[in-house]
Design a protein around this ligand. Structure first.
Ligand SMILES: *[C@@H]1O[C@H](CO)[C@@H](O)[C@H](O)[C@H]1NC(C)=O
Ligand SMILES: *[C@@H]1O[C@H](CO)[C@@H](O)[C@H](O)[C@H]1NC(C)=O
Ligand SMILES: *[C@@H]1O[C@H](CO)[C@@H](O)[C@H](O)[C@H]1NC(C)=O
Ligand SMILES: *[C@@H]1O[C@H](CO)[C@@H](O)[C@H](O)[C@H]1NC(C)=O
Length: 674
């Protein structure tokens, strides 16, 4: 299904979920569920299971639409909860008994195929059980309301029973069809769960869109969007499909944003000094839209002066926002010349900066300037300067004085152009950036495993570059996340970069240790995350890794994300580590240079601040880490925020306390102000 080598034999199971609508007629959802059983630890490997003897039960059904319809292999029949004489109320559940234990790692659901969307499942929970008594939740989320097969891969779990609970109808739908496809386990008893010393892939979150852009909000929720459509981007305009995941409830809510008239696919993206998400250009190439978590509302801001798509965008030390590049919006007959401009939210104005030319940061892309000025690696720095670390091998300083300035910062060592590689400021105080992977052209070329440390100091001075040992895997289109302990988690990507293909996907994440400067391989993921995938550090110290695709009716759309728990959350015996708690922090809104008094429930040895991140197209200009050296002991500490706003960029940060073993607390949200 998701992986090319995986052949799926689909069997139709028909199930109907109905709920009472406040007004109007009965609801007719069809739901198709396709379950996949992993044979072994190999990622995305799925082998069909013989379904002989399976049984299925449901909380409700309409005579003629029995639950057993979901096992009959016929897409023309389906299970339907009772709608006559009464509409059975939501939630509804369907439980399948496989009659034997399997390592199950997937479930698919096929909505009704008869043209009606009544009864399609929206919000749902997938749970597994070995004994029909103790249930483990392996996935939650919301399905898109259409007739396409919904496929969810999740962490392999040893179970006999599979339960799908429908919490809402997707959109006035009532008759669900369920299609279940279970893939057998050649290794149904030989599989052993991967060691937690290499981290653990946990719950899967189903989205009603392909999450191509994602932002951690100061509320702890994750805002995502695709394009004007849930599964494709071309020919769009004027609106955006968004979905928001709330980790505290597991609920994914859906919203179509029309009021800004902005299709925010392939945008510039950064979080401003007050925690608002600022989105520029893309399918509507002049527009600016701003999402305010406090009001849960999108508003339009001033148009940019230059059309842009795939530009780079970064929030500066004074809260202004700089953009540069972005010829994608002009199509392949591109015009280039996408020099810098800057946004002031107080005046709601964009000002062109002709002194910040894009030419010095162009790559030598095979497709020309249409690609050469895409996805710049920008870092806000001291005195309002921006450091551009890539993807061109040439690095540059952009200054905001007057009509802008530009100064070369040297080449990125022996690296080549590294389009769709990653750059992560893992140590902002010391100006340290890890740069990895990427390819000389945007697509149809081999990615590298190159790794460099870039050290920046005073603006306008040449950066110091150290070539370090390579990543284990070559990759472009990956995402890299700095963790509270300063290590960098590298996830997804492809060895041969090819948009909308999962061929040569890298399933094994890596961890880079800044002390040893070495990369180590971690437990593989279940779903390939290649072009259009995202990753973010969540305030609980786990990583959200999702998306990939957005190619219409292609087979590489990934309407989901999965949560990865890094090794620091486990003891050596595999059990969950006890986490220290931040019991209070004061103040939680702090001027640069100020101190925060932190109380913990147990002794800790270090603290760090990580700015809340935003991710799209392998770029996250918001995340960066500041290591804090505490004074104090026991359960009472004081930490000082750096005084330079070029290091402590204003906005929302996550404050973590760590034990001597490196186990992080949940984050305390801190607003850094000027
Ligand atoms: C399934 O639905 C029935 C009927 O509403 C309910 O009694 C039962 O508790 C549900 N099971 C679960 C596990 O939610
Ligand atoms: C934004 O513009 C206002 C009005 O001109 C000015 O007072 C303010 O300093 C500007 N902000 C920045 C960060 O330059
Ligand atoms: C923006 O573009 C308009 C023309 O479209 C021009 O008149 C104006 O001067 C530009 N503004 C800036 C600040 O460059
Ligand atoms: C940085 O370099 C640019 C280009 O040489 C120059 O115009 C600018 O004055 C310099 N700024 C500082 C602060 O050094």
């Amino acid at each position: 299904m998701l992986h090319k080598s995986t052949a799926l034999a689909l069997f139709t199971i028909c199930l109907t979920v109905t709920h009472a609508r406040p007004s109007g007629g009965s609801l007719y959802p069809r739901v198709a569920v396709d379950a996949v059983v992993a044979g072994n630890a190999a990622v995305a490997q799925a082998v069909p299971i013989d379904r002989t003897g399976w049984t299925v039960t449901a909380d409700s059904y309409q005579p003629g639409n029995e639950p057993s319809n979901v096992l009959d292999g016929n897409t023309g029949t389906f299970w339907h909860t009772e709608y006559s004489p009464t509409n059975a109320a939501l939630p509804h559940n369907l439980t399948i008994d496989l009659k034997a234990l399997y390592w199950i790692n997937g479930l698919s659901y096929l909505p009704r195929q008869d043209g009606s969307s009544n009864g399609n499942i929206g919000q749902h929970i997938i749970q597994l059980s070995a004994d029909n008594s103790n249930w483990v939740t392996v996935a939650t989320g919301t399905y898109l309301n259409d007739a396409s097969l919904k496929q969810t891969l999740f962490a392999s779990t040893h179970a006999r029973y599979v339960r799908l609970t429908a919490q809402t109808e997707a959109q006035g739908a009532g008759n669900p069809w369920t299609k279940i496809n279970l893939h057998d386990g050649s290794g149904k008893s030989s599989y052993s769960p991967p060691p937690t010393s290499l981290g653990q892939w946990g719950e899967t979150i189903d989205f009603p869109i392909v999450p191509v852009a994602a932002v951690v909000l100061n509320t702890g929720k994750v805002l995502t969007w695709s394009s004007f459509e849930a599964n494709s981007f071309s020919g769009g305009g004027g609106l955006t499909q968004t979905a928001t995941y709330d980790p505290s409830t597991g609920i994914v809510s859906q919203r179509t944003v029309t009021n800004t008239g902005h299709d925010m696919f392939c945008p510039g993206l950064s979080i401003d000094a007050s925690g608002r998400t600022v989105v520029t250009g893309g399918n509507n190439d002049l527009k600016t839209s701003i999402y305010n978590p406090a009001s849960d509302a999108w508003v339009s801001a001033a148009n940019m002066n230059i059309t842009r798509g795939y530009q780079a965008q970064v929030t500066l030390f004074d809260g202004r926002i700089f953009v540069i590049g972005g010829s994608w919006s002009d199509g392949t007959a591109s015009k280039g010349g996408k020099n810098g401009e800057i946004y002031n939210s107080t005046t709601n104005t964009w000002t062109e900066l002709p002194g910040c030319p894009v030419a010095p940061m162009l790559t030598q892309d095979a497709q020309g300037v249409y690609r050469a000025d895409n996805h710049g690696w920008l870092f806000g720095w001291k005195n309002g300067f921006v450091f551009q670390a890539g993807p061109s091998k040439a690095m540059n300083w952009y200054g905001m004085a007057g009509s802008g300035t530009q100064e070369a910062a040297g080449n990125r060592g022996d690296d080549a152009d590294a389009m769709n590689g990653n750059a992560v400021m893992y140590d902002a105080v010391n100006g340290k950036i890890l740069a990895i992977g990427g390819a000389t052209s945007y697509q149809d070329t081999t990615a590298t495993s190159n790794a460099h440390i870039i050290t920046i100091g005073a603006p306008n001075t040449t950066a110091t570059v150290t070539t370090i040992g390579s990543m284990v895997y070559a990759r472009g289109f990956a995402n890299s996340i700095v963790l509270p302990d300063g290590k960098v988690f590298i996830v997804g990507g492809q060895k041969y970069v090819e948009p909308f293909s999962d061929d040569t996907a890298v399933y094994y994440p890596e961890m880079w240790d800044p002390t040893t400067q070495k990369f180590t391989t971690l437990n593989p993921m279940y779903t390939p995350r290649t072009y259009h995938s995202v990753a973010l550090l969540l305030p609980d110290g786990t990583v959200f890794s999702g998306g990939g695709g957005l190619c219409g009716t292609c087979t590489t759309n990934h309407f989901d994300a999965q949560i990865y728990s890094p090794p620091y959350l486990f003891n050596t015996d595999g059990s969950r580590a006890t986490r220290p708690k931040i019991t209070s922090a004061s103040p939680t809104s702090i001027k640069v240079g100020g101190s925060i008094v932190v109380a913990t429930d147990s002794a800790v040895t270090s603290f760090s601040l990580i700015r809340q991140g935003s991710a799209t197209h392998s770029v996250d200009t918001d995340q960066r880490r500041i290591a804090l050296t505490p004074t104090g002991s026991g359960t009472s500490y004081t930490v000082a925020v750096p005084s330079d706003p070029g290091i402590a960029i204003p906005g929302y940060w996550m404050l973590f306390a760590l034990t001597s073993a490196g186990v992080p607390s949940l984050a305390q949200t801190i607003l850094v102000t000027l």
